[in-house]
Design a protein around this ligand. Structure first.
Ligand code: FES
Length: 98
């Protein structure tokens, strides 16, 4: 079972179901990851920085890359939480906690 660590103003680690998205994992555990479009891939607010485990996330799609272009403070390790399925351990920093 994969584990995800969320970094906000604190660090919290949870075991999650294989294939769940970062956004769904955040919602299950009351992590303040914004999602203005409700996870429809339309807003870019579910922005995270992947500190480790990028290889354990689903590949970035063209749609995610396009949406990420609209996000602020994009870095090479930026991903959008509603696009990323978790397949192994990962550590993510929430860019703009709610
Ligand atoms: S929640 Fe809107 S793009 Fe992810």
């Amino acid at each position: 079972m994969p584990a995800i660590t969320f970094i906000t103003d604190k660090e919290q680690k949870f075991d999650v179901a294989e294939g769940i998205t970062i956004l769904d994992a955040a919602e299950q555990h009351d992590i303040p990851l914004p999602h203005l479009c409700g996870g429809a891939g339309a807003c870019g607010t579910c922005h995270v920085y992947v500190r480790s485990g990028m290889e354990n996330l689903s590949e970035m799609t063209d749609e995610e890359a396009d949406r990420l272009d609209d996000a602020e403070d994009v870095r090479t390790n930026s991903r959008l939480g509603c696009f990323c399925a978790i397949h192994g351990d990962v550590v993510v920093e929430v860019v703009h906690p709610e």
